[in-house]
Design a protein around this ligand. Structure first.
Ligand SMILES: *Cc1c(COP(=O)(O)O)cnc(C)c1O
Ligand code: SF4
Length: 482
């Protein structure tokens, strides 16, 4: 490799039209080297500025809680709120009576249960509760709920239809999704698995996926009997809620199968209770043992987590993720794109840069699934396309997530850009998934409220619905070469 000497005309010096290379520079500038890109003001690098204040003390109930108590996962679990009445009691004096009534009514209409750790509760800005991106994700308010699109249903991903054993979805050729249990450290309003996850609510009686040894054994036998299966996603529910012994048993059983090459343990935990990683040594040690056993067997064992907003990443999160990093545990992130939460370029870019800062690889951003009862959270496909365009190029390519649509009806994840046809006026897009099911079309619907009044009116008429859908599929067919 040859080296080029730095000359007066090197890229380190900016020549303006007023200055000529031969003329002496105006006084004062002699020593100065002007970069083509001036350095940014370090105070604007918000992704690297993680809060380390005692933010929980703003909540009257936690005003006297010390740092040591607050990072204890047992304290967090013990004080986790699971009843709306308890939530409302804790919020006394922080929110208005109208807001309380709105929350109460929201819970009566929601398909998900409630589970909020003190950590999560204190990260919400209660002075602006309606707009807070964490409140929006976990606590429903009736006044913001919108009517569902006519084409929505529970289990829109057909996870149950593709399950050879209850709680094991085998859709793709070489990988499967194992749901060992049906509880989580938090309940997200937008959950795709609202058909099963959490306890029954006023709106939904859940499918039961208890942590039962016989069901697990059936799942393991199926996985072992399929030589093509090499990659298992252990999800739920959530692997945070597995006991250390259970986590280790699942990991060791799967790693012992010669066909299995990769395991991912999926957990929302780091986003809602990083304290567990800092203080539940038994659980972290069990995970570490499985990762180390995998490494010895030349197999990959990683953690998949789920951050959606930069406010979910604090100094406590960083300490927790540093602990995983020190142990060589690799972490990837999957986000769900949500209206009012992370649907602007600035917020999504900040999230992605901040994830990179704490050594988490942003893997996917999901266009919100067609889940009932959370229409206020969905965005259009076009929003995802716009975000992707603005974000690619802002950081390392490997830290740039793929924006995907999990094709409703069991097509699996598709690159948001890979639609065969997209009618933006009527908010309908058509995808295909040749590796999963040849010849099948999968439809995604934008939320009605973001369409024109004329388009909204069309969707209220069943004949028009039929025409829009048939037309979209015909257009998609025309695009596909024989
Ligand atoms: C998401 C998913 C997987 C894993 O897919 P990747 O694209 O490899 O992350 C496997 N099985 C099911 C049913 C899934 O939904
Ligand atoms: S943590 Fe995951 S599985 Fe559990 S409620 Fe949230 S989105 Fe659903």
């Amino acid at each position: 490799m040859s080296t080029t000497p730095v000359s007066a005309a090197s890229p380190f010096r900016v020549l303006t039209s007023a200055s000529s290379p031969s003329a002496p520079p105006p006084s004062g500038e002699t020593e100065e080297i002007h970069a083509l890109k001036p350095p940014v003001d370090p105070t604007t690098l918000h992704h690297a500025q993680l809060r380390r204040d005692e933010f929980w003390r703003n909540i009257p109930a936690y005003a006297d809680v010390t740092y040591e108590q607050f990072i204890d996962h047992a304290w967090q679990s013990k004080h986790t709120i699971t009843r709306p009445e308890k939530l409302i009691e804790t919020l006394q004096g922080l929110v208005s009576a109208e807001f309380v009534a709105d929350v109460n009514a929201g819970f009566h209409r929601a398909p998900m249960s409630l589970r909020i750790s003190p950590y999560l509760l204190s990260l919400i800005d209660w002075r602006d509760a309606y707009a807070d991106p964490l409140r929006i994700q976990f606590i429903p308010v009736a006044s913001r709920l919108l009517p569902d699109h006519p084409k929505l249903g529970l289990d829109s991903l057909h996870e149950q239809a593709d399950a050879p054993v209850p709680g094991l979805t085998h859709r793709y050729p070489d990988k499967a999704l194992f749901l060992p249990l049906d509880t989580c450290p938090v309940y997200c309003r937008f959950c795709t698995r609202s058909y099963a996850v959490g306890v029954d609510t006023d709106e939904v009686e859940k499918v039961q996926l208890k942590a039962k040894p016989e069901r697990w054994q059936r799942a393991f036998r199926y996985i072992a009997s399929r030589p093509e299966l090499e990659d298992i996603v252990v999800s739920g529910g959530d692997t945070y809620n597995l006991r250390a012994q259970q986590l280790q048993e699942i990991g060791e059983t799967l790693l012992a199968m010669p066909n299995i090459r990769r395991i991912r343990f999926a957990t929302k935990g780091p986003a809602v209770m990083p304290q567990k990683i800092l203080t539940d040594d038994a659980w972290v040690d069990a995970l570490t043992r499985v990762v180390e056993l995998g490494r010895k067997l030349h197999k990959e064992v990683v953690l998949h987590t789920h951050f959606n907003h930069p406010n979910e990443i604090t100094g406590i999160t960083q300490d927790a993720l540093d602990r995983l990093h020190e142990r060589g545990i690799f972490v990837r992130n999957q986000s769900v794109l949500q209206r009012g939460v992370n649907d602007t370029v600035d917020t999504m870019r900040l999230l992605i840069k901040r994830l990179g800062h704490v050594n988490v690889h942003p893997y996917y951003v999901y266009v919100h699934d067609l889940v009932q009862g959370v229409e206020d959270l969905r965005t259009t496909l076009d929003t995802a396309l716009t975000l992707e365009k603005h974000i690619r190029g802002s950081t390392a390519g490997f830290n740039t997530p793929t924006f995907v649509v999990d094709a409703p009806g069991g097509g699996g994840k598709r690159d948001a850009h890979s639609f065969e046809h997209y009618d933006r006026d009527n908010g309908i897009s058509v995808f295909t998934s040749p590796a999963v099911k040849e010849g099948q079309f999968y439809l995604y619907y934008d939320p009605l409220q973001l369409l024109s009044p004329e388009a909204q009116a069309r969707w209220t008429d069943p004949k028009e619905q039929y025409r829009i859908i048939t037309n979209a599929i015909e257009r998609a067919k025309g695009k596909i070469r024989p």
